[in-house]
Design a protein around this ligand. Structure first.
Ligand code: MN
Ligand code: MN
Length: 374
C-alpha cells in the first residue's frame, strides 16, 4: 500500500464508523468545511455520546471473554475495560479460567496482573468480548444482565430484551475492534494497553497469516507496535507461538480443554478442542494423546459430537489433524467433509487446513441442517 493511502486509512475508518445518519445531520451545515482534525474530534465526541447510556445502573461492568480463554479474549477484555473506565464507567476485566502460557507471556511483558476469575455471572452487569454464545460463556451467563457484545464471530445464542452495544466485524481479532474503538472514541492508548492488543492481534491472526485478516488488522499491528515500542513484530510472534506450543506440565485432558469451544446447530451440540503442534511428528504424537483423552472428555460434557483438531504449519500451509471422539463423530465428520486427504486410523488429515471458525464449524453446521434427526 502506498504511504499516502495508508495515512488516510485511520480517518476513513473513523468516518465510516459514524454511519449515514450523522453524515446526513452534518450535510450542508457549517462543519462542512471544518478542518479534518476538528471534524475527527467531533465524530469522536459523537461516538462517545452514543454509548453514554450504557445500562450499567452504576454497577461494576464485568468485561469478559469466552471459556478456555485465548489471548484475544483475555487482552481484549482488559483493554476494553480500560476504555470503559476512561469513559467514566466502573469496569473490570474478568476471565472464565486460568490463562494459557501465551497469554501469561503477554500479560507479564505488558506489566499486567492476571484478571480475577468470574465464578458466576448471575445478576451481574456483563460486557462480552470475543463470543456471543452461552455455551462458550462464563457460568450462569443466562442469568446475567448483558449490556454489550464486541465480537468477530457469527451471532451466537445470546439475546437480550433491552438495548445493548453490539459491535461485530468480519475481522482478524476482537482486539482490532478494540483498537478501532480507541480511535473512534478518541481515547489515547498507553504502552501497556497497546502491547496487550498487539499480542492479541498477532495471536488470533497467526501473525497476520489467517484468512480472516483485513487491512485494518495489518494497520492495527503497525500502529500498535509503534505505541508498544515493539521493534520486531515477528520476533514477538515467535515468542508467543513458542509459549502457545508449550504444553509442558499439562495433562492430555488439560491440553484438549485449553482451547475448547462448544457449539449448537439444528439442536445438535458439538465440541471442538484446538491443539497446536510444531511439526508433523509432534502433530501425530498429540493426535494419539488426544485420542486417549477424548472418551473421558466426551463423557464429561453434554455434547453429541466431539473432536480434537491438531494444527501445524508447514511452508506457510496449515495442516489439520481431526480426531473424532467415537464412531458416531467419525461417521459425521467423514460425511460432512468427504474431501479430507487421508485417514491414518486416528486422525482425518486436511492438508489445506480445516480452520475451526472458517471451515469446520460452518461446514458441520451446514451438514447438520441437511442431516435427518429423529
Ligand atoms: Mn477467542
Ligand atoms: Mn478472537
Amino acid at each position: 500500500m502506498k504511504g499516502n493511502l495508508k495515512k488516510l486509512i485511520i480517518p476513513a475508518a473513523v468516518l465510516a464508523s459514524l454511519g449515514l445518519a450523522a453524515v446526513g445531520f452534518f450535510a450542508g451545515r457549517s462543519l462542512g468545511r471544518a478542518p479534518l482534525l476538528k471534524e475527527r474530534e467531533t465524530l469522536q465526541a459523537l461516538n462517545r455520546a452514543s454509548i453514554e447510556k450504557l445500562p450499567s445502573n452504576g454497577e461494576t461492568i464485568h468485561v469478559i471473554g469466552h471459556r478456555s480463554p485465548d489471548s484475544d479474549t483475555v487482552c481484549s477484555a482488559i483493554a476494553y475495560a480500560r476504555l470503559l473506565t476512561k469513559l467514566g464507567y466502573n469496569a473490570e476485566a474478568k476471565i472464565t479460567a486460568s490463562v494459557n502460557h501465551e497469554s501469561a507471556y503477554i500479560l507479564r511483558e505488558a506489566g499486567v496482573e492476571m484478571p480475577p476469575v468470574l465464578e458466576s455471572a448471575a445478576g451481574e452487569s456483563i460486557f462480552l468480548v470475543d463470543h456471543s454464545e452461552y455455551a462458550q460463556a462464563a457460568e450462569d451467563m443466562e442469568d446475567a444482565h448483558i449490556i454489550g457484545i464486541l465480537d468477530h464471530h457469527g451471532v451466537g445464542s445470546v439475546t437480550t430484551g433491552h438495548m445493548i452495544v453490539y459491535e461485530a466485524r468480519p475481522i482478524g481479532a476482537t482486539a482490532t475492534i478494540v483498537w478501532l474503538d480507541y480511535l473512534n472514541y478518541g481515547i489515547e492508548l498507553d504502552k501497556s494497553t497497546a502491547y496487550l492488543l498487539l499480542g492479541a492481534v498477532l495471536s488470533d491472526t497467526s501473525n497476520l497469516t489467517a484468512s480472516t485478516v483485513t487491512e485494518a488488522d495489518k494497520i492495527a499491528v503497525t500502529e500498535l507496535a509503534k505505541l508498544a515500542e515493539v521493534k520486531d513484530v515477528n520476533a514477538l510472534y515467535a515468542a508467543l507461538h513458542a509459549g502457545l506450543l508449550s504444553y509442558e506440565g499439562m495433562s492430555d485432558d488439560e491440553i484438549f480443554f485449553s482451547d475448547y469451544k462448544e457449539y449448537e446447530a439444528y439442536g445438535v451440540k458439538f465440541g471442538i478442542g484446538i491443539v497446536n503442534a510444531i511439526d508433523i511428528p509432534t502433530a501425530e504424537q498429540l493426535a494419539e494423546r488426544m485420542k486417549n483423552a477424548l472418551p473421558d472428555a466426551f463423557a464429561s460434557r453434554e455434547v453429541e459430537l466431539m473432536y480434537a483438531s491438531i494444527g501445524m504449519r508447514e511452508n506457510g500451509e496449515k495442516i489439520d489433524y481431526i480426531v473424532p471422539c467415537n464412531e458416531h463423530s467419525r461417521q459425521i465428520l467423514a460425511d460432512a467433509f468427504p474431501d479430507y486427504d487421508e485417514f491414518n486410523g486416528t486422525a482425518f488429515i486436511f492438508k489445506s487446513g480445516l480452520g475451526r471458525k472458517t471451515k469446520f464449524v460452518p461446514g458441520l453446521t451446514e451438514f447438520l441442517g441437511a442431516y435427518p434427526h429423529e
